[in-house]
Write a protein that binds this ligand. Structure first.
Ligand code: DHB
Length: 398
């Protein structure tokens, strides 16, 4: 794969935002080079979230990368909420007309990488971007170190930072006079495990109990993904297998359901953070996905929001390359309202389902009141279902 010395759009990061952007731009006749510091193997094996909104599923199908998802994903028409072992189903499809899929993020990345490579797209793994300049002028310059350790330079018309929540390029945007970064930290985290076990049940269970939250999700018929609320300062060795199973059974089990057990082969603590960057652009530099914003995992919006960002960005880049940059200038205005809606939903689900360690008795009872008010009302369940399955994505063909 020869590296061009100039490309139309340089993309930093081969995660969901960067790879989907590169794929969609290719479909619109725009050339990209994607830079990724990690190896292809690492990108394809890092376990992250697992839920695809209906819009993300449709986009994958419409753009020719939905085949394996349609064969292998666990498609669900509902999710369950459990309050002290009493479960209420949210009938997503009956309430909204849409379903959702449990299809892990790294599988989406495997499908995107295969398609980019089949289309001769330049995705440069093991390649570190050292410096990006020129975005306030007429041309972007990207200095990088290639996989053999050699320094090289690429120029581009535009550059998109899609390199995750630690993106060093965000600082250039927040340094603008009107640049803002809004943040919120939560007093809890998730302990996530992967287990060799049969499914506890087909549909996901979001459980809350006086001890805290638990989530029953799945990866396949034989591999399950479970999460438990824990303290943000907890470390993996504080959670023995015994302690994990006891917590899961206490928080989720009921007369007709027992969490299935098996060999735990992965344990990790996931921090909860909310952050929004506004604007999401400066000159010829654009932020997409976690480089711009982070949501806590409850409700699984992160990946879907990254995909929505790039759907909003693609038409802007296409028109700008043809000489009309009005749409590109409006990228932030299109993207940010959706970011705040997702931010609200993730915050709301998190606060409604977790037990804050410093919560007063009043707050603990109020929270249960909120949950039972939402779950016992059809309008409440429909609102939750609409947010969960997500809205239509911006039209990348516009
Ligand atoms: C998963 C993650 C989530 O954040 C969620 O809300 C549901 C499922 C998962 O990893 O399977």
């Amino acid at each position: 794969m020869a590296t061009a010395e100039h490309t139309q759009v340089a993309v930093i990061g081969a995660g969901p935002a960067g790879l989907m952007l590169s794929h969609l731009l290719h479909l619109r006749g725009v050339e990209t080079v994607v830079f990724e510091s990690r190896s292809q193997e690492e990108v394809e094996n890092t376990v992250r979230a697992g839920v695809l909104e209906q819009g993300t599923m449709k986009l994958m199908r419409d753009t020719g990368i939905g085949g394996r998802m349609d064969r292998e994903a666990d498609v669900d028409e509902g999710i369950e909420f459990s309050l002290d072992g009493v479960r209420t189903r949210i009938a997503l499809t009956d309430l909204t007309g849409y379903n959702m899929a449990v299809y892990p993020q790294h599988e989406v990345l495997i499908d995107l990488i295969a398609q980019r490579q089949a289309d001769n797209g330049a995705v440069l793994f093991n390649t570190r971007v050292d410096d990006v300049s020129g975005y306030d002028g007429d041309m972007v310059t990207v200095n990088y170190t290639d996989e053999n350790g050699a320094s090289a330079t690429l120029t581009a018309d535009y550059v998109v930072a899609a390199d995750g929540s630690n993106s060093p390029y965000r600082a250039a945007v927040t340094a603008l006079d009107n640049g803002a970064r809004y943040k919120f930290e939560y007093p809890y985290a998730w302990f996530g495990i992967l287990v060799n076990a049969p499914q506890t049940q087909k549909e996901l269970i979001y459980a809350t109990h006086e001890d805290g939250f638990a989530l029953i999700s799945t990866r396949s018929a034989t591999v399950q993904r479970y999460y438990l609320q824990c303290d943000p300062e907890d470390t993996v060795d504080q959670w023995s297998d015994e302690r994990i199973w006891e917590a899961l059974h206490t928080r989720v089990d009921s007369e007709d359901l027992t969490v299935s057990e098996g060999e735990i082969f992965d344990k990790a603590v996931l921090r909860f953070r909310s952050a929004v960057t506004d604007p999401m652009q400066r000159g010829r530099l654009f932020l997409a996905g976690d480089a711009a914003h982070t949501v806590p995992p409850t409700g699984a919006k992160g990946l879907n929001l990254a995909i929505a960002d790039v759907c909003a960005l693609v038409p802007g880049l296409v028109h700008a390359l043809q000489g009309d940059d009005a749409r590109l200038q409006a990228y932030t205005q299109v993207a940010v309202p959706r970011v705040w809606r997702a931010q609200h939903f993730s915050y709301w689900m998190s606060s409604m389902l977790h037990v804050a360690p410093d919560a007063s008795p009043f707050e603990l009872h109020r929270r249960r009141g909120e949950l039972s008010a939402v779950l016992s009302s059809e309008a409440g369940r429909r609102y939750l279902a609409e947010q969960y399955v997500g809205r239509e994505l911006p039209d990348y063909m516009a």
